[in-house]
Design a protein around this ligand. Structure first.
Ligand SMILES: C[S@@+](CC[C@H](N)C(=O)[O-])C[C@H]1O[C@@H](n2cnc3c(N)ncnc32)[C@H](O)[C@@H]1O
Length: 164
C-alpha cells in the first residue's frame, strides 16, 4: 500500500508495524530525510500525489492512504490524481482519505492552514470526486471541532469499482 503525503513517516511506520507492505510517498525532500532517518528499515519515495515517478514494477496498489495530504492539492488537480490512483489499483482496492472538512453542502473552500495552502472538501463533494474516478464510498466518519481542532475532520474510505 502507499501512504501518500507521508510526511515524517509516523503513520507509515505504524502501518508497517501492523504487518502491511507500505511505501511512504511525499514531495518534500526535507520530510523524507527525517522519515528515512527515523525509520531506516522502511521505503520512502519522493513524489507527489500524482505518483508520476513511482515505478511499481507492474504491481497494482492494494490501498492508498492520504492522511491530511490530499487537502493540499488545488481542487482542480484532484480529479486527475484520483484517476491516476484508479489506474494503478485493482477492483476492490481501497482508498482512505482524511483531513479537515466543512459542513457547507457542496463546498470546497480554501482555509487558513498554518503550513501550506489547503482546501476543505465537503464529504459529499469528495465522495463524488472519488466516484467519478472509479471509487465507491464504503465508509465515512466526521469528528466535530474541539479545543484542539478548529474544523470538523473527515475520514472517508472508498473501494475501487470493477468499472470506471
Ligand atoms: C499535515 S502533513 C501529513 C503527514 C502524514 N500524512 C500524517 O498524517 O502525519 C501533509 C503532508 O502532505 C504533503 N503534501 C503536500 N502537497 C502534496 C502533494 N501534492 N502530494 C502529496 N503530498 C503532498 C506534505 O509534504 C506533508 O508531508
Amino acid at each position: 500500500m502507499l501512504d501518500v503525503g507521508c510526511g515524517l513517516g509516523h503513520v507509515t511506520a505504524d502501518l508497517a508495524g501492523r504487518g502491511l507492505d507500505v511505501v511512504g510517498v511525499d514531495p518534500s525532500r526535507e520530510m523524507l530525510e527525517i522519515a528515512r532517518r527515523n525509520y531506516p528499515e522502511l521505503r520512502f519515495v519522493q513524489d507527489d500525489a500524482q505518483l508520476e515517478s513511482m515505478n511499481l514494477g507492474g504491481q497494482s496498489v492494494a490501498a492508498v492512504l492520504a492522511r491530511c495530504s490530499l487537502i493540499h492539492l488545488p481542487p482542480s488537480d484532484v480529479p486527475n490524481v484520483l484517476a491516476g490512483w484508479a489506474v494503478r489499483m485493482a477492483p476492490g482496492a481501497l482508498v482512505a482519505v482524511a483531513g479537515q472538512t466543512t459542513d457547507s453542502v457542496g463546498e470546497v473552500s480554501e482555509f487558513d492552514h498554518a503550513v501550506a495552502p489547503a482546501w476543505r472538501w465537503h464529504p459529499d463533494r469528495l465522495a463524488e470526486a472519488l466516484s467519478e474516478a472509479g471509487f465507491e464510498e464504503v465508509w465515512r466518519t466526521i469528528s466535530r471541532p474541539d479545543a484542539h481542532h478548529s474544523f470538523p475532520e473527515l475520514h472517508l474510505v472508498a473501494r475501487r469499482r470493477c468499472w470506471v
